[in-house]
Design a protein around this ligand. Structure first.
Ligand code: ASP
Ligand code: MG
Length: 414
């Protein structure tokens, strides 16, 4: 008999009706002969609402009280799920993160799990309970309630699956799985059956976020396989693992898109030690999060330095850097907020040549100008005009053969 951990996100428990469907699923999983542990997020919107309330009462609420407050969202949702299971004739009990044995450090609002002692979970499972654990939270060794950062219920699920040596871990959400591209932009985007942890991490960093990155990193570190699937349909989702079956033949797994980017270029930066340090110390001092950084090779004693960041941080970045331009002896600063990032991601790139040329050629044919390029071992990202993003996405998706199997209707028409 196996043990399964199922995590349900906020939209999956967003109403009484949806909670009832979750309860039905949990009972069905147990009837199929498995021990069932569920991890539950706060109902959709609840965490945001609590944060808003806190800020209405205090400009800077203490992180300790913030955790005490936010943890209640998950506690309420898990109690409701347990009630729903029991009302349907099942047998469930809800536990807070602390009761589930999740011990963390004391860094409030972004605590790290130090260990899990799931004694009570094991005892309850032995008595045939479906165990419902409040996600996103733990308890510090000092006994305070802590939370694991936004989206932290994913981490609770993965960490519990590791600690309980679960046979399966399923992350139920409001999408069918991870897609080759955003289906709202590329209509023939298809669900990916298997994906490597590294690809999922790169795609999240590139704008295709389906799971908390910390949770994926944890899964990678401890080799926890998991499946991302829809709580609204009864269909297989995307399996995440270290080495997907067709690792070598799939060169590009997906195309990620990120809108709302801005690009800042400091032109004519003197080519001498320390300039980049001055620029990025100022950026860090203003708590600005920079994404891509690109510096050109210098042939004339000066160089151009560009970076991207979120559109919302654009004005502050400009304001922070303007005075520095003269100070370091650069020529000027140009900035635009009408850019977007497109990334192709795939571990197959490690062993295949020609990915960059295929991407650049296809963008060229589509008439899309590339403003910046950056790469990692398994990703090539370009910054382009925001207005070109959709056209570029469709061209790239087609160029790498990512379209899914045709639907019966279109196959008949063709
Ligand atoms: N409720 C928390 C959040 O909204 C944690 C989670 O949903 O995973 O970030
Ligand atoms: Mg979530």
């Amino acid at each position: 008999m196996g043990l399964i951990v199922q995590k349900y996100g906020g939209t999956s428990v967003g109403s009484a009706e949806r909670i009832q469907r979750v309860a039905e699923r949990l009972i069905a999983a147990q009837k199929s002969g498995q021990d069932v542990v569920a991890v539950i997020s706060a109902m959709a919107g609840v965490t945001d609402e609590l944060i808003k309330l806190a800020h209405e009462l205090s400009p800077q609420p203490s992180p300790r009280e913030m955790d005490a407050l936010l943890a209640t969202g998950e506690q309420g949702a898990s109690a409701l799920v347990a009630m729903a299971v029991n009302a349907l004739g099942g047998k469930a009990v809800s536990l807070t993160g602390a009761a589930a044995g999740i011990v963390t450090d004391g860094v409030h609002t972004k605590a790290k799990i130090s260990h899990i002692s799931p004694r009570q979970i094991h005892e309850l499972l032995a008595e045939d309970f479906i165990v419902i654990v409040a996600g996103f939270q733990g308890q510090s060794t000092q006994g305070a309630i802590t939370t694991l950062g936004r989206g932290g219920s994913d981490l609770t699920a993965i960490a519990l699956a590791a600690a309980l040596k679960a046979d399966d871990c399923q992350i139920f959400t409001d999408v069918d799985g991870v897609h080759t591209c955003d289906p709202r932009v590329v209509p023939d985007a298809s669900k990916i059956d298997e994906i490597a942890y590294d690809e999922l991490l790169e795609m999240a960093g590139a704008g295709s976020k389906v799971m908390q990155s910390r949770a994926v990193e944890f899964a990678k570190k401890f080799g926890v396989g998991f499946e991302v699937r829809s709580s609204l349909k009864d269909r297989p989702g995307t399996q995440a693992k270290a080495t997907p079956a067709n690792m070598e033949d799939v060169v590009v797994r997906g195309v990620s898109l990120e809108r709302n980017q801005a690009k800042v270029t400091i032109c004519g930066v003197p080519d001498r030690p320390g300039c980049a340090g001055v620029i990025f110390s100022a950026i860090a001092g203003a708590s600005l999060n920079v994404d891509m950084i690109v510096q050109n090779a210098s042939s004339t004693g000066t160089t151009d330095l560009s970076f991207t960041l979120h559109k919302d941080d654009f004005t502050l970045a400009e304001k922070t850097l303007m005075p520095l331009v003269a100070q370091i002896g650069a020529e000027g600063l140009s900035a635009t907020s009408n850019v977007a990032k497109l990334s192709v991601v795939g571990i197959g790139m490690r062993s295949h040549a020609g990915v960059a040329s295929r991407l650049f050629a296809c963008l060229g044919e589509a008439g899309v100008n590339i403003q910046l390029i950056s790469t990692s071992e398994i990703k090539i990202a370009v910054v382009i005009a925001e207005e070109d993003l959709e056209c570029a996405a469709r061209a790239t998706h087609a160029a790498f053969g990512l379209a899914g199997p045709r639907r019966p209707s279109s196959a008949a028409a063709g």
